[in-house]
Design a protein around this ligand. Structure first.
Ligand SMILES: C[S@@+](CC[C@H](N)C(=O)[O-])C[C@H]1O[C@@H](n2cnc3c(N)ncnc32)[C@H](O)[C@@H]1O
Length: 231
């Protein structure tokens, strides 16, 4: 993912940690994915997939990460909730925005415990750990209480079939004008996301959102993202 798309835009130590994490992704994620596939685990809806990928970083693309930073900055976000920490790449982009907004709180969650230790170390190295609380466990439990309110931005980047449930869980705390941003909701189901209850919910204007869908590129692949605002 360090390719022509990823021009260094942050200052050390943040840029140094991001560069390392993207380099590690290129080296190690394909190995982890091949092992998961040989165990018959191909995508994120399958039971055991994320445990099999415990050593994989699976970060947002550099372009999408930078967009997360821009969205959090331009909405003057102070309170952010993230579903899917992994090694903390998206968390770093978002926490960097909180820092540049003058401070705030980011709650993120991850159920593979060994990943949370790595994410915590990466955030420390980036100098952003004071802004982030990492909750270990299943998001439906860990995000069901004490989220920072009002929420300015929600990032969904984990099990696609839970996107709608997590959004509904957090929705009472999401402010008007708040953002709901998600990664790869098109992987929900076997039909290119057409049956995604989450995308259908955001697309129904009666539910109070306006949504745009975009793609970013990395390593010659396209990745889908959805960005919605609560009107
Ligand atoms: C695509 S990765 C997140 C990548 C991260 N946002 C980044 O940019 O570095 C998804 C992560 O969500 C975690 N996950 C999946 N389902 C979860 C759940 N129900 N509760 C908590 N974590 C979950 C997986 O273990 C995995 O590490």
């Amino acid at each position: 993912m360090i390719d022509h798309l990823f021009r260094p835009q942050f200052t050390p130590p943040i840029q140094r940690v991001l560069d390392r994490l993207y380099s590690e992704t290129i080296e190690q994620d394909p190995v982890q994915r091949a092992e998961a596939q040989s165990a018959g685990l191909n995508h994120d809806g399958e039971h055991g997939f994320y445990q099999a990928m415990a050593g994989a970083r699976m970060p947002v693309t550099p372009e999408f990460g930078t967009l997360l930073y821009i969205l959090a900055r331009s909405s003057s976000a102070r309170h952010i909730v993230e579903f899917g920490t992994s090694f903390g790449v998206s968390t770093i982009f978002l926490a960097a925005a909180l820092r540049d907004n003058g401070g705030g709180q980011l709650v993120t969650t991850e159920f593979v415990a060994q990943k949370t230790a790595s994410a915590a170390a990466n955030l420390r190295e980036a100098g952003l750990d004071d802004l982030v609380e990492i909750r270990v466990g299943d998001a439906m439990t860990t995000l069901a209480h004490d989220v920072p309110q009002p929420i300015d931005l929600i990032l969904l980047d984990a099990s696609k079939e839970l996107y709608l449930d997590i959004l509904r869980l957090l929705e009472p705390a999401l402010r008007q004008g708040g953002l709901v941003v998600s990664d790869r909701a098109d992987l929900d189901g076997n039909d290119g996301g057409r049956s995604s209850a989450y995308l259908a919910y955001l697309s129904n204007s009666a539910n109070g959102y306006r949504k745009a869908s975009i793609t970013t590129e990395a390593l010659r692949r396209s990745f889908a993202h959805d960005i919605a605002v609560r009107v």
